[in-house]
Design a protein around this ligand. Sequence first.
Ligand code: FAD
Length: 379
Amino acid sequence: MEFRLTSEQQQLIDLARDFAEKEMKPNADRWDEEGEWPRECFQKAADLSLTGMLCPREYGGADIGFLGTALVYEELAKGCLGTTFSMVVHNNFVRSVFSRGTEEQKQQWGVPAVKGEVLGAFCLTEPDHGSDAGSIESTAIAQGDSYVINGTKSLVSNGGVADYYQFLAKTDPAAGKRGISSIIVERDKEGVSFGPRDRKMGANALITCQMTLENCRIPRSNLLGEEGMGLRYALSGIDVARVNVGALCCGVSQAALDEAVKYAKERVQFGQPLANFQGLQFMMADMATEIEATRLLTHKAAWLLDNDMPVSVSAAHAKRFGADMAINVTNRAVQIFGAYGYLRSYPVERYLRWAKMCGFVDGTTQIQQVVIARHLFKE
Ligand SMILES: Cc1cc2nc3c(=O)[nH]c(=O)nc-3n(C[C@H](O)[C@H](O)[C@H](O)COP(=O)(O)OP(=O)(O)OC[C@H]3O[C@@H](n4cnc5c(N)ncnc54)[C@H](O)[C@@H]3O)c2cc1C
């Protein structure tokens, strides 16, 4: 086992940190207020190969592996969690196309996505089916060369602004979860519509909204991989996403701890800096330990992915522990700032609102516990 980063991995961290510091952090508060992040910033990310991190180099990707990707996401999340999650969704779209797609599909959707010319999205959750993803009701019924798709998806990240949507629907409704397929839907197709943008507690730079397909005809050639394999593909993609969320939890929590340490050195009460009070020192020491524990869980899970080993339980550990940790760490950072932490003048209240998101996306905290418990009680 090797804990030392390679010089290539250290360069990735430096590159991502620089991008987060210069392009994201100064704008994060405004993007959160305005409810979106600009496409020019996405293009700048593409210029640094951050839009094709898991795409093979022969197609223009960076192919930095899962650990490399986790290192990048941790740094980006310090700048803006909503923007970073939007990029996670996009990179997962790219990965799906390159791992399941035909050569033609790679050229048609994957290569432009890697270049940052188009943005990707993933649509599984429905208004009545969240954690129970196998029960989705959207249908894609084959008619000649087309699928006729009907269904409504909720909480679609990048909804309305993405160009391509990996849409999960039942091509064989009688087969239950084994009848679910993954189909790429273009935004401007007839029959596609989007609801108003969701107003969220935090991470508003990430756009989410409902998406409805009504008698929408999509060529059968837009099927990704095999019919009936959509849920299996989605769940393996969600394992990757859970590892990424572990990295996001580290980033937002580290940013909160760094702010808390800085403030504790500057703020004077009872004639001395807050940093002198052992009660606060211990609080910050615990925050540091918990972040480090999440980082190790996340890196281990990313290493398993890089080595093509079973990852579901490790990914669940990283995400479950990380999401709770991020709320606890950012909450304590707000406390260290006193009442000023409650004001928008400082970023820590924003970090706390961002952190809460991590307990829902890509499977709730309880669903991670279900995965872990199932493993514990497996015969
Ligand atoms: C910011 C944001 C972005 C998102 N982006 C996307 C996206 O791009 N694409 C997409 O498809 N989805 C997306 N989602 C949706 C997300 O994946 C779902 O919210 C999540 O899967 C949970 O579904 P739900 O919210 O309907 O909760 P429900 O499934 O209704 O669960 C409600 C509560 O019950 C608990 N619960 C459910 N089942 C069990 C069980 N078996 N045991 C114990 N407790 C249980 C849950 O943990 C939760 O606390 C996004 C969500 C958010 C917040």
